[in-house]
Design a protein around this ligand. Sequence first.
Ligand code: UD1
Length: 416
Amino acid sequence: MSSYIIEGGRRLEGNVNISGSKNASLPIMAASVLNGGITKLYNVPPIRDTQMMIEILKELGCKVKRTNKKIEIDSSNINKFSISENLMREMRSSVILAGAILGKYRKATFTYPGGCDIGTRPIDLHLKSFEKLGIKINENYGNIICDCDKIIGTKIDLDFPSVGATENIILASCLADGTTIINNAAREPEIIDLQEFLNKMGAKVRGAGTDIIEIQGVKKLKDVSYNIMPDRIETGTFLCAGAITGGNVKVMNVVPSHIVPVISKLEEANCKINVGKDYIELNAPKKLKSIDIKTMPYPGFPTDMQSIFVALLSTAKGTSIVVENIFENRYKYVQELSRMGARITVEGKTAIIKGTKKITGTNVKATDLRGGAAMIIEALVAKGVTRIEEIKYILRGYCNIDEKLRKIGAKIYKQD
Ligand code: UD1
């Protein structure tokens, strides 16, 4: 069982290269099923979740070659249309494959997905949307069995702008008969990346980045190569690592417009930010100021940055209030931060954080991907040594986070 050992109290300074986006890579990898041919992807982060997606694609019959950040997928010989339960349990994004397999083969069998334990995370919006597209769904002993003769384009009004449901509808509709229109679609940048990838493959998708997306079905898709966008959550995480240590950190190869609310909140906390075309430089004050945050669907403050900001604010001057509006159970990590001396109380969706100077190193356990990242941020300022166990969650989404932090002055080691 691997751990990170972190000796806190070092000011971070230097440049960090940001990897490709996990949340853009996963649906795009799933979309490779649609062309029944060759997909070459660049800038895919070598992390556990992208490796899991490769395992699932292989199980379906794809040939996959991976060399560091490049992946080549050959989907011309898919011979299985079901995703096994153990792979579904490993990763929530596996549900995205349902839309892709259905879109191409009109049949798919899967189970309820797993992933980080940050709430109930139902898939009712995905299933309701599939039904609207003419797909028949039967649930049998925990299996969700979908099939249809054809997928027929239609109008779908989402009750909530779910990222995964929006992506699944797009994937299921690319090769449909007629046009699908999604109202109240999620507007995340990863959906724009998916649209650009699909259009390069020959699909006709437009409107991503707005709340109305139109997918005109086409007959056939072609081979494609594509460069994945930078990871906006990794970007924000390294800015916070700089901020909590009173440091000076420059994140490189990023799209600053993707994290506007994160930049504004760091400025509100008294950090100086200099934004370039593809970099963001942060200069932190000696003491951060408390701020209030509410998570919202994009372009609001991202829920994936919530835990990392809670850790950041635990050392700020004054009391901060954070409201989590997307996932109902996203404060599990708080008890681990409390073990390190953070003064945080949670009442329903709200966390009240009283800044303190007395953060100390101890043994903690990562509870989920971003909760684990929050523990790293906290450990960077803790007095003494912190051991973070269960880092398998962190490895799901961060590429070489220990090596990247060491390069800018942190004392962090991985122990297997
Ligand atoms: C994606 C991201 C995740 C991020 C989240 C919100 C990926 C791989 N993951 O997750 O990192 O935290 O967006 O920005 O891209 N919901 C339903 N029914 C559904 C689907 C969703 O009630 O059928 C609810 C969820 O329980 C949650 C909210 O909608 O409360 C948002 O979920 P959604 O946008 O679907 O998130 P994911 O796509 O799972």
